[in-house]
Design a protein around this ligand. Sequence first.
Ligand code: DAH
Length: 342
Amino acid sequence: MLNNIESLKNEILALQASTEAQVEELRIKYLSKKGAISQLMNDFRNVPADQKRELGVKLNELKTLATETINNLKAAAQAKEASDSAAALDLTRTAAPLPMGSRHPLNIVRNEIVDIFSRLGFSLAEGPEIEDDWHVFGSMNFPADHPARDMQDTFFIQRNPADVLLRTHTSSVQARVMEHTKPPIRVVCPGRVYRNEAISARAHCFFHQVEALYVDRNVSFADLKQALLFFAREMFGPETQIRLRPSYFPFTEPSAEMDISCNICGGKGCAFCKHTGWVEILGCGMVDPAVLEACGIDSTVYTGYALGMGIERITNLKYRVNDLRLFSENDVRFLDEFVSAR
Ligand code: DAH
C-alpha cells in the first residue's frame, strides 16, 4: 500500500491539463467515488492495525495533494480559456448602435409653437392642471350658468363649497399670470387640458393647448393680426395665407377664429379642407375688459390680445395624423416615425 501511495503521489505531482474538460477527466480518475484514491481508502480497511496510523496520515496527505493540484489546474485552465476568448475580441469593430428614442410629435410641435412666440418676445408661463372654478371660468368672464361648468363638459374633482376641477383650457394660466404681474405682459402658455368627451378619432378626454397673451398700453387688433400672420407663416411656410372670421368667446371682445390656407392642397380645395381651401386653427380676440378687471388690471389704461390653439390640431396639419388616439397610445411604431424630427 505504501508503494501505491508513493507512486500515485508522483503521478499527481506530474499532472498537466490545458482545458477544463481535461481537468475534469483527471478529477474523475483520482477523486471520484470510483477513482484511484477512493480505491485506496477502501483498501485501507484491510490494513493491519499497527500500520493504520502511518498509512492513514499518508493517505490523507495524498488526498489533499490531489484536491489542491486539481483545483489549481482548473483555475489555470479557466484563466487560459478566458484570455483566449479575449484575444478573439475584435476591438476595432464598430460599436453596435444604441437604439435612439424619439420626441413625441406633440412635444415637437409644442416646442416649435413656443419657439415662434419667443421670437416675438413672449416668455413661457405654466399653471396647474388641477384648477379652481375661478381661474378656469370665473375670471374668464363665464356666466354662472354657462354650460361649460356642467359636469357633462368638465371633470370636477370636488363640487361645493370650492369647486376643484381639471382645467378645460389653458386660459386659466392667463388669469394666474395677470393676477401676479403688472403689464407689459407677454406670455405663451402650453399645457394639457381635460374635457368630459367620449374618446374617438376626433375627440379625446385630454388634449393640449397653447395660449398666448399680450397686455400693454395701446395693444390693438392690428397687433394681434400681425402676430397671427407671423405665427402662421413660421409654422406652415411663407406662402401661408390667414383669414379671420368673427366668433364669440366669453373672455375676448371682439373675438375671431383664424383659418389658414389649406397646407395640404395649397388652398385649391381638397378632402382635408372640405374643398374650401381653408382650415381653422385657432381662436383669438381682444381681452375683454371684464377679464382685465377681474384679474386686477386697469382696463381704462391697458388693452390686450389673447389667442389659443390645440396642439393636436396643428400636429395633424403638419404631420397628417388623422386619429387623435394615436397620440396617447404610445405605439412605438408610430413614435418611431418621428425619430428624425426635432
Ligand atoms: N380657450 C379657448 C378654447 O378652449 C381657446 C381660446 C380662444 C383661447 C380664444 C384664447 C382666445 O385665449 O382668445 O377653446
